[in-house]
Design a protein around this ligand. Structure first.
Ligand code: MG
Length: 448
């Protein structure tokens, strides 16, 4: 059977991979999946192609008998929130997240606000490829109604936290959908907010959309020159967060994740979910706060599923996609930003100090060429020979590639790339020599 969905919905270059007719069919496929009835919430990021795809999705959903509640431009977590709050059967977000402006994407959500699981996506693909799309008769066609759910979403996030003082925050929304929420949430909490790149613009003229350290230099400069307490940044649809401290330095994602995981556990004792590629500082900080860590596959859907299954108090990836299940099971950038300020407030320390208290260990990321056809056999060999090659293994995880936790606290991850002809090797240890030795052994095992 063919595939439409990748790791985060259907995504591609607009009018080449992602054509209007596909959006139309996906709308009708979703309506067919929902048994041709019920409400679907629809939101979009400000890309130049979002209106075009929205029209097609609307037509598909209406022709399949569903009613649409149209949110207009909104962050992805607001679409998840509205889906649950309005009692909709499903939600749809039109976004390509951090991809360049020529891309767009379509992501589905369940009635509980969680992104579709791979099984649900396969069901949509099955309907699509089998030509089982089912329109309804003229008198069952659905209607579109516009509804503004942003004030409710903003209230929900703002009321989940109280701060003892107003912080001075620079917010860089990359001309994306976060501009509709984060500055307003922070202002309602008494913060002084200076916005950067916060006018919606589908050409994304300000910076690359991934809030990675190399894209946050301007934010760092503004934070420093204005004497702000911190800077916050989102990707295009604001399901991710990044932060710079008061000195203008981007805080490493692993450090930020360790701080957030420990903070969540301090509030409510429990489990924290993270992915196989996150640093061991997450375990260290969470354990010190009295919690434990569950490792799962890479990808926000895998994290959301694991948070639900383990009844965890927090889930996060080292890409800044964080889930706070007391609000919902969708990574939420505005909420994550508010929680960062809350933890600074509770600790009564500047962000630079909090970040520096989290160690940063040597970490190596290398890739070894491996054709797609040989990946499965290579990974089987790695799993079979790992114990002998590395010795002293405390835990071997095979949820996503092979991850070995070694008794000296170091770890190694051997994982096939989903999109390129490589096997990726990641190793972290407290000494550089140890990291290099681990990589050398793994390379030999992979055959690179
Ligand atoms: Mg995103």
């Amino acid at each position: 059977m063919g595939k439409l969905f990748g790791t985060s919905g259907v995504r591609g270059v607009v009018n080449l991979d992602l054509k209007p007719e596909l959006a139309l069919d996906l709308g009708l496929a979703l309506a067919t999946y929902l048994k041709n009835t019920g409400l679907v919430v629809l939101g979009k990021d400000p890309r130049t192609s979002s209106d075009m795809l929205e029209s097609c999705l609307d037509s598909g959903l209406l022709s399949g008998g569903c009613d649409v509640r149209s949110l207009g431009a909104a962050p992805t977590p607001a679409v998840s929130f509205a889906t649950r709050t309005l009692g909709a059967r499903s939600g749809v977000m039109i976004t390509a997240s951090h991809n360049p402006p020529e891309y767009n994407g379509i992501k589905f959500f369940s009635s509980d606000g969680m992104a579709f699981t791979p099984e649900q996506e396969q069901e949509i693909e099955r309907l699509y490829f089998a030509g089982k799309l089912k329109p309804v008769a003229w008198d069952k066609i659905g209607k579109v109604e516009e509804v503004n759910m942003l004030p409710d979403y903003i209230d929900k996030i703002a009321s989940s936290v109280s701060l003892s003082r107003g912080f001075k925050v620079v917010v860089d929304c990359a001309n994306g959908a976060g501009a509709l929420a984060t500055p307003l949430i922070l202002r309602s909490l008494g913060c002084k907010v200076i916005t950067l790149n916060s006018q919606l613009d589908g050409f994304f003229p300000s910076r690359a959309l991934e809030p990675a350290p190399e894209n946050l230099r301007e934010l760092g400069r503004v934070v420093r020159s204005l004497g702000a307490d911190l800077g916050l940044a989102h990707d295009g649809d604001a399901d991710r967060i990044a932060a710079v401290d008061e000195r203008g330095r981007a805080v490493g994602w692993d450090r930020l994740l360790a701080l957030a995981g420990a903070h969540a556990v301090e509030r409510v004792k429990g489990k924290v979910v993270t992915t196989v590629d996150a640093s061991i500082v997450v375990e260290e900080r969470v354990a010190a706060a009295g919690g434990s860590v569950v490792r799962t596959r890479v990808g926000d859907v895998a994290v959301a599923q694991a948070v639900k299954a383990n009844r965890a108090v927090f889930g996060g990836e080292p890409s800044g996609a964080w889930i706070y299940p007391e609000i919902h099971l969708c990574p939420d950038g505005p909420l994550a930003g508010v929680r960062i300020i809350e933890l600074m407030d509770e600790a009564a320390k500047p962000l630079s100090k909090l970040a520096d208290e989290v160690p940063e260990y040597p970490i190596a990321r290398v890739k070894v060429r491996c054709p797609d056809a040989k990946k499965a056999a290579t990974m089987k060999k790695v799993a079979a020979l790992a114990r002998k090659a590395f010795g002293d293994i405390e835990q071997m995880l095979t949820v996503d590639g092979v991850r070995l936790a070694l008794s000296d606290g170091s770890w190694i991850l051997v994982r096939p790339s989903g999109t390129e002809p490589y096997i990726r090797i990641t190793a972290e240890a407290k000494a550089v020599a140890r990291v290099n030795a681990l990589v050398k052994t793994a390379k030999k095992l992979v055959g690179g």
